[in-house]
Design a protein around this ligand. Structure first.
Ligand SMILES: [Zn+2]
Length: 324
């Protein structure tokens, strides 16, 4: 199959970003608020409409789009052998908070897109980001690595022996929902209390503190005692999660992205490293934390990477078209 054009969908609980790409680079990018009402078909219909709109804007016949790569908020479930979205950020029946305007159980995304496109590959958004950093970013030559996003939520993508892990339903890397403590009333959107995301994510910290995430982290950076204590505790929990991943997978490099890390990684990094330092040195001595390189494009490129022809990858590595 010769690919003429491919599209990527980066699907979050609040926003969908869609990209259209050809061999020489990105042609179109559109964002829309995620449709969360109507039937379970509403969100896939929105995705198809966004792809059609991009094709129209670029003058590309939709029939020449042969593949769709998706990075989405997870987790996924299987329906009729295909992956459906069962994220608590999208589906009312999966949400512990039940503040969503729908009663969706699972969104049949792969099935509906396959009715229009020849190839549809989807993975968790942090796994997509790991793909992007493996293809074009900070860990192109590191076979023992994990991507971590520290943002409104927490996400992990895992790579062992050069292979990105997927799991039985594409849910490998949901380490943000690892349980850390019973002694916390912090609650995650998944319904868990005391899991990593409940203790660490920007949204949950802000909610517990009753203020805006950016203001909370700015105050913590300025060493305002109450805010600093809350954020430093969160950093220690995340550092401990990195230790746990290292203990399981013998990871060497964590490549970290997400809005909070982009703005505050400089002073949070030592707090995370403290939780690795000295613990089981045979496992942790070589562990390093590095910054993601693709920044705000990591979601778009991660979605595209999953369906990008090998020949394009070589070409994009040489020309870095996303930088122009
Ligand atoms: Zn959770």
């Amino acid at each position: 199959m010769t690919a003429h054009y491919i599209t990527g969908l980066d699907i979050g609980g609040t926003k969908i970003a869609a990209t259209l790409a050809g061999r020489d680079g990105l042609l179109q990018r559109q964002t829309q608020p995620t449709v969360l009402s109507g039937t379970e078909q509403a969100l896939p219909q929105q995705c198809i409409a966004m792809i059609d709109a991009m094709c129209a804007a670029a003058g590309v016949p939709p029939a020449q789009v042969c593949a769709v790569g998706i990075g989405s908020t997870g987790p996924f479930v299987q329906r009729d052998g295909l992956l459906a979205l069962a994220s608590p950020n999208l589906c009312g029946r999966q949400s512990g908070a039940s503040d969503l305007p729908n009663d969706w159980d699972a969104v049949p995304l792969q099935q509906m897109l396959l009715s229009r496109f020849e190839q549809v590959v989807m993975c968790n958004d942090a796994v997509a980001a790991l793909n992007a950093e493996r293809f074009f970013g900070a860990v192109q030559t590191e076979d023992h690595c994990a991507y971590v996003t520290w943002s409104t939520g927490i996400g992990f993508g895992l790579c062992v022996d050069g292979r990105i892990l997927h799991g039985k339903h594409g849910n490998a890397g949901h380490a943000g929902h690892m349980l850390m403590t019973d002694a916390s009333d912090a609650r995650c959107g998944c319904g868990n209390r005391g899991d990593v995301e409940s203790l660490v994510s920007g949204r949950n910290l802000a909610r517990r503190h009753g203020r805006d995430t950016a203001a909370l982290f700015a105050a913590a950076r300025a060493r305002s005692p109450e805010e600093y204590a809350l954020v430093a505790e969160a950093a220690r929990w995340l550092g401990r999660a990195l230790y746990n991943v290292t203990a399981m997978l013998d990871t060497r490099t964590f490549v970290i992205g997400g809005g909070i890390w982009q703005h505050h990684g400089d002073w949070l990094r030592p707090l995370l490293l403290q939780e690795l330092a000295g613990r089981l040195p045979a496992l942790t001595a070589e562990v390093r934390l590095i910054d993601a390189e693709l920044g705000s494009l990591v979601g778009d490129i991660g979605a595209l990477c999953q369906v990008m022809p090998t020949e394009w990858v070589t070409h994009w590595r040489a020309t870095r078209p996303w930088e122009s």
